[in-house]
Design a protein around this ligand. Structure first.
Ligand code: 13P
Length: 255
């Protein structure tokens, strides 16, 4: 079975010092409660990665970056490579978040390059996909997901897919307080799982974790994660407070 994964995407929040305080608080909550059976990841800004890794050492908390560039090094002002992220001690990276797709020009093609760079660089990619409200209203959700997954994971092998994480984040649910209903999430996740089976084989499709993201909160995680193909959550706003993030982790432990 797939171990549930709860990942916190800090977006552009928290300095290194604030991240360290956060990790100490979260560690304390996890240790005191003995929650087990859930993988926990935080994705702070690049400037906090090393400090987060140090603060999380010896705990169950993994650390992810929020983006990377596909080249190893070069004249790419403002960019950070997989090797640089890996050297901080972070072992995962979020790729193709909808904010990067809409605000910073990420496309399925660049997401694919970044995914391969992450794998080559020893990082677990958390590849984000999801439809806009217009696309959902036009009944294009599954077609949009198919195209995003097919193109973003082009040339990825089944063996590689089994270690990749996919995050289904409907754009209309991000930061809006309007989460997908468990039925909507369950339907999209089931569809994604079928496609993964078709394109990468049964074994890989059963190992690949598919997270739901979009207004996940302590009071809705239990119903979302009860859906058979929902393997965890990528949490934005509610991950910024260690207590609410911990409540979401606890909610996922029921799975
Ligand atoms: P919210 O949880 O704030 O809606 O953000 C979701 C998200 O974008 C996680 O990557």
């Amino acid at each position: 079975m797939r171990t549930p994964l709860i990942a916190g995407n800090f977006k552009m929040f928290k300095t290194a010092a604030e991240t360290v305080t956060y990790v100490k608080d979260l560690r304390g909550l996890i240790t005191a409660s003995k929650v087990f059976g859930v993988d926990v990841v935080i994705a702070p800004p690049f400037t906090s990665l090393s400090a987060a890794v140090d603060a999380a050492a010896g705990s169950v908390i993994g650390v992810a970056a929020q983006n990377l560039h596909w080249e190893r090094e070069g004249a790419f002002t403002g960019e950070v490579s997989a090797a640089m992220v890996h050297a901080t001690g972070a072992r995962l990276v979020i790729i193709g978040h909808s904010e990067r797709r809409t605000l910073f020009g990420d496309t399925n093609e660049t997401v694919n390059k970044k995914t391969h760079a992450a794998i080559t660089g020893g990082l677990v990619p958390i590849v984000c996909v999801g439809e806009t409200l217009d696309q959902r209203d036009r009944n294009e959700t599954m077609a949009v997901l198919d195209k995003q997954i097919k193109e973003s994971l082009d040339r990825v092998t089944g063996e590689q897919l089994s270690r990749i994480v996919i995050a289904y984040e409907p754009v209309w649910a991000i930061g809006t307080g309007r989460n997908a209903t468990p039925a909507q999430a369950g339907e999209a996740h089931f569809h994604i799982r079928q496609r993964l089976k078709q394109w990468f084989g049964l074994d890989a499709s059963e190992k690949c974790r598919v997270l739901y993201g979009g207004s996940v909160k302590p009071d809705n995680i239990a119903k979302l994660i009860a859906e058979p193909d929902v393997d965890g959550a990528l949490v934005g706003g509610a991950s910024l407070d260690p207590k609410s993030f911990f409540a979401i982790i606890t909610g996922a432990a029921a799975k």
